[in-house]
Design a protein around this ligand. Structure first.
Ligand SMILES: [Zn+2]
Length: 504
């Protein structure tokens, strides 16, 4: 009979293979057997003898650490011991999801009769003075809506709905929250909290629109432009071929030696390569890979810092804690990534890259604006959830849903017929995941607050070495050990609340 150790290790190896194949698919468009690799995982997970071994081990005498490990392993197997129908459905979902991701990854938008990359669209959105040209570039994002819908996006949504129902959950949102050890009531107060902040958010946006757009409204095609007007330094031409040296120097300040980690970077755009940014956590503490698309602007360090944050997180975990590492919350993982990304506006990072006058004032203004404006992220989080709570039968219905949520959250009317949405890959690849970024930011705000108090410093940057140690000891090392809510309370002594964001 296989031991717990064998069962866990085999699952781990199968997942490593799957992750390697996904990396190939996302970086080249080559499918070298992603579906077969997932089938092998399912075959392992539906093994009744393995599941019984886990259940039996849980009944025996175990330490709290072993109990946590077994519970996490059980969580992986349990969904595959409901019924044959559930298992078949899981396979179908995975297959459909991979098929749709191939559609997204190999799609290229066209602008003025020419193929255009996402990094080029982003550059138009940040620097183009002509508003109509920015609008045209933004609207190029919506060219993937129809192909994704035609390829069966709503079939995927419906299968996920069915999966949740077969597993006895009210809806797919609750199903995913349970999977991540989060309360189903987590988002209940968010609409109200946003609503309370809305007058101030609107006022800020109106001020910025008047100042930079000679208008009263910031449209989606103005968002990045306004940010770059507040902090033009973000667009500083930067030779991105030297990115690695800068990252190494930066992380060294935290006592983190990037060169000692096996992190692979694939950072320049290419045909058939996904146009966004990812970290593929191939094997914790052993092999981490970063996909990005950069060209030649300072702000492109955003993605490199974020994804490298994921890579570092992986290497600060113990590769031997295979079972425990399953318990690391997506919020902690995105929180750590966002934390390092946030240093893009900190002297600690930009010191050897930028030398303009007035940088500090620019970045101060940027942070002040983002402090409230980022609450608008709640829109895409709730829009994602609404796919599983609405009856949808056409692309038209999806647009209707978009504007319904928009109106409910921002009290604003539709301003176009076919808003881009499908280019946000998470709806397809990572459903009910977007809250991890936002809650990750809340976690960062909390961590900085706790650190500053404990070390009596005004800024994290005043003592980066100590902050690096603090992150390792307080957050990363125990991150697999406790569910997110518990970890948050252990560190801060307080319950999770969005308002931490307003205190930083
Ligand atoms: Zn991330």
């Amino acid at each position: 009979m296989a031991t717990i150790h064998d069962i866990s290790n085999t699952l781990h190896q199968l997942e490593v293979t799957y992750s390697q194949l996904s990396w190939v698919a996302y970086t080249t468009g080559f499918d070298q057997g992603v579906n077969e690799a997932y089938e092998a995982i399912v075959k392992h997970l539906e093994n009744k003898a393995h599941y019984d071994t886990i259940l039996k081990a849980l009944e025996g005498e175990v330490t709290p650490k072993e109990k946590r490990e077994l519970m996490l392993l059980k969580k992986e197997f349990q969904p595959f011991h409901q019924s044959e129908a559930v298992n078949a459905l899981q396979l179908k979902i995975s297959k459909k999801q991979n098929e749709l991701m191939q559609v997204i990854n190999t799609h290229r938008s066209v602008l003025n009769g020419r193929e255009i990359s996402s990094v080029e669209i982003q550059q138009i959105l940040t620097t183009e003075e002509d508003r109509e040209k920015r609008k045209a570039a933004y609207m190029a994002y919506n060219q993937i809506n129809e192909p994704l819908y035609e390829a069966g996006f709503l079939d995927l949504i419906n299968m996920r709905k069915e999966l949740a129902s077969l597993n006895g959950f009210k809806d797919f949102v609750d199903y995913k929250l349970d999977e991540c050890e989060l309360e189903p009531t987590l988002f209940d107060s968010w609409r109200e909290e946003l609503n309370e902040l809305l007058p101030e958010i609107k006022k800020n946006r109106e001020d910025m629109a008047k100042k930079y757009l000679k208008d009263t409204v910031i449209y989606p095609w103005d968002e990045a432009y306004v940010l770059s007007k507040i902090a033009p330094t973000l667009n500083t031409p930067t030779n991105m071929t030297h990115f690695y040296t800068h990252l190494v120097n930066f992380f060294d300040k935290f006592g983190i030696d990037l060169t000692s980690y096996n992190i692979t970077y694939d950072v320049f755009p290419r045909t058939n390569k996904s146009e966004w940014g990812y970290n593929f956590p191939i094997e914790t503490g052993k092999d981490s890979r970063i996909l990005a698309n950069v060209k030649d602007k300072y702000n492109e360090y955003n993605v490199l810092l974020h994804e490298t944050g994921h890579g570092i997180h992986s290497f600060l975990l113990s590769p031997d804690d295979i079972m425990l590492n399953r318990g690391v919350s997506g919020i902690i993982s995105e929180g750590i990534a966002n934390l390092f990304q946030g240093f893009i506006t900190d002297k600690l990072f930009y010191d050897d890259l930028l030398s303009q006058e007035g940088i500090e004032e620019e970045f101060h203004g940027l942070k002040a604006y983002n402090r409230l404006n980022r609450f608008r992220d709640i829109f895409r989080i709730l829009f994602d959830q609404e796919f599983y709570r609405s009856e949808l039968t056409s692309l038209h219905d999806i647009y209707g849903m978009y504007w319904r949520i928009y109106k409910e959250l921002f009290d604003e009317e539709p301003f176009m017929d076919t808003p881009p949405w499908a280019y946000i890959i998470h709806f397809t690849s990572h459903p009910i995941y977007l809250h991890n970024y936002f809650m990750g930011d809340v976690t960062c705000a909390m961590l900085k607050k706790v650190f500053k108090k404990r070390y009596g410093v005004k800024n994290v940057a005043d003592n980066p070495k100590a902050f690096g140690e603090f992150l390792k000891d307080e957050v990363i090392s125990p991150s697999g050990r406790y569910p997110y809510g518990e970890l948050f309370e252990r560190i801060s002594g307080e319950k999770f609340r969005l308002s931490f964001l307003l205190e930083s």
